[in-house]
Design a protein. Structure first.
Length: 202
């Protein structure tokens, strides 16, 4: 079975985003910046299950992530961290060999300046690393998706002492969050999929 997962920063336009991706044949629809606090309800088409992690009111309006999954995939919510903009799903038997997929959709708000913000960014990635390890220890295959507001250019996402497979990118910028993402990958044996798929040069 081929699993089709689509991801979109919908910027509050939840209904039109779901309709577009549903018509494109998606099995899993992942949305960032759903902005539920601004009156953008999450639609639930027949035959789908919906999951949502809305930003707490104390953090202001906007943000939010959601997922719609076809019911036949028997998805379950695994973990939800609304204050971090993170929602994890568990999709049993979704991968080859009957393996279980742990799928996260994230919206990491744009970075702020200052030492405190830099420390919080590092803590944010430390929490994601702990979740990744927990998924692996639960015999799941973790995949982290979403809008991380991180720039990595074509910098390597593997340990310096190892050989890796380069990826393509039209982004020439590598920022503080990008370095954290690259270190996250190197530490956990993860890799950035963008720029590595056939025909994906941007």
């Amino acid at each position: 079975m081929v699993l089709t997962i689509t991801l979109l920063n919908c910027n509050g336009r939840v209904g039109s985003a779901v309709a577009t991706m549903q018509s494109a044949g998606a099995d899993v629809i992942l949305l960032t910046e759903t902005k539920p606090s601004e009156g953008n309800p999450l639609p639930l088409p027949d035959g789908w299950r919906a999951f949502q992690a809305a930003r707490p009111a104390s953090q202001g309006s906007g943000g939010g992530v959601a997922a719609l999954v076809r019911q036949r995939l028997a998805a379950e919510q695994w973990r939800s961290v609304p204050e971090d903009g993170v929602l994890w799903l568990r999709l049993p038997g979704a991968l080859a060999g009957g393996r279980t997929l742990a799928l996260a959709v994230c919206y990491h708000r744009p970075p702020a300046p200052g030492r405190a913000a830099a420390e919080e960014d590092a803590d944010w990635y430390a929490r994601r690393a702990a979740e990744w390890v927990a998924a692996v220890e639960s015999d799941m295959v973790p995949v982290l998706t979403g809008d991380l507001n991180a720039h990595t250019a074509t910098a390597p996402d593997w340990p310096a002492e190892e050989a890796g497979t380069p990826r393509c990118s039209t982004d020439s910028k590598c920022d503080r969050r990008g370095m954290l993402l690259l270190q996250f990958c190197a530490d956990l044996g993860a890799c950035i999929a963008n720029g590595r798929a056939a025909g994906d040069s941007s």
